[in-house]
Design a protein around this ligand. Sequence first.
Ligand SMILES: *Cc1c(COP(=O)(O)O)cnc(C)c1O
Length: 374
Amino acid sequence: MNIKRNVLLNPGPATTTDTVKLAQVVPDICPREKEFAGLMKKLRSDLLRLVHAPEGEYTSVLFCGSGTINIDVCINSLLPEGKKILIVNNGAYNSRAVEVCEMYRLPHINLQFSVYEQPDLDAVKAALDANTDVAVVYCCHHETGTGILNPIREIGAMAHEHGAIFVSDTTSTLGMIPLNVVDDNVDFCMASAQKGLMAMSGLSFIIGKTDIIKASKNYPTRSYYCNLYLQYEYFEKTGEMHFTPPVQTIYATIQALKEYFEEGEAAKFARHRAVYEAIHDGLDKLGLETVIDRNIESGLVVSVKYPDDPNWDFEKVHDYCYERGFTIYPGKISTTNTFRLCSLGKIFPKDIEDFFVVLGEALDVYDIKTARNG
Ligand SMILES: *Cc1c(COP(=O)(O)O)cnc(C)c1O
């Protein structure tokens, strides 16, 4: 089978290998079979290995849904009665957690920072000092909307000093930037299979402390489908998901994890980093400017300013690149017009060089001036 290879420069789903794509083509199976439960058992324990979580102390729970289901589940399931959640917010994905709180009418503090900067740790500490009823501190590891990497180890330590648990949305770093949940002070992290693991969309997972999940049995239940304890308990009892799992996506994820461990944590991190460097090199050469200080960038997402030229038209440039196998993605910063180039997926610096040839052509074809040729 010959499958066209597209280079996805959007922040997930990411470019996958053919072996991961083909892993989905399997004989039909009822997911209630013991054979399938066995696959999920291994998958759950490989997910713990991925973040260096001690088995037993931590557990992983699978859900059928896109990555946002994890945000919903963690927030609605882990807040005890009468307590508050503190959201350390410097962008669109942390704001999504705020929206979940609003939707469930949960007591929360939206500690808002500039979307162009990392959160100010003194302000986080001050908020925790002033609000002794905070039971959950929440912050994205990587604000995918801008490309900023947040200091989660420090935020997690502060949460723990104040007797709160720390939940981090690691959807856009897991499997790319090494994470050690113990050293990084993370009680709960999360991701979906189609980002760092380079599998397919439809499977999401939460990795977290078993004793906290067990304690949450006594917290108010706010959702039927999206409750962490109920899903955990069902896995423990039966080895299965409570409701129908995304069967084929699970096969793809198993293959993707196999390829992850073969490539290796450090080598994979280095590859994403090299792709990121190639993105910056290409932008510099074309005279396109970025928005975020490189010292605080994750190395996975680059926010690029629209060139200051009336001929610029994101849609036209997107379509030109798309027709040639490269997908670029709109930005998510309300105050600056940007598009994003990301280093997720099974892509290499050579792909980025090829992409910049195409992007350069698009600028010429539409007569778009940049800081370089303007
Ligand atoms: C991609 C992403 C999500 C999940 O988005 P879905 O569209 O639901 O898959 C959540 N948080 C972050 C930080 C992300 O990058």
